[in-house]
Design a protein around this ligand. Structure first.
Ligand SMILES: [Zn+2]
Length: 119
């Protein structure tokens, strides 16, 4: 079960955007069958999250036919590794580690600090 999901609020705990909070826009599991069994360094998109407003990068996008809507210099969030973020608990508002509890056969995420269930 994944500890960080799309729509969660997370806080960055390392790097240039240290301390910044933002919503998770995307979770990249980076599953690539052709790279199965290879070391993590060969699978650079594994276990990454895209967080709103964190690691903004600029890219020069060349116009190709009419399919590309954004061209010129575009700015967007690049993915960062899940180990560099912590989930912000919705009930206590603190960055926290996530535990998994099983209730009636259904897994729930719980806050390690206040014990609240995170939907
Ligand atoms: Zn909590």
């Amino acid at each position: 079960m994944q500890k960080i999901k799309k729509g969660d609020t997370v806080q960055v705990i390392a790097g240039n955007d240290l301390g910044v909070r933002g919503e998770v826009l995307d979770v990249r599991k980076g599953y690539d069958p052709s790279r199965r069994g290879q070391p993590a360094r060969r699978n650079p998109n594994k276990d990454r999250v895209v967080v709103a407003g964190v690691r903004m990068v600029k890219k020069h996008q060349r116009p190709v036919s009419q399919t590309r809507t954004q061209t010129g210099i575009i700015e967007f969030e690049a993915p960062i590794h899940v180990s560099n973020v912590m989930l912000v608990c919705p009930s206590c508002g603190e960055p926290t580690r996530v535990g998994i509890q099983i209730e009636d056969g259904v897994k729930h995420r719980v806050c390690k600090q206040c014990g609240a269930t995170i939907e």
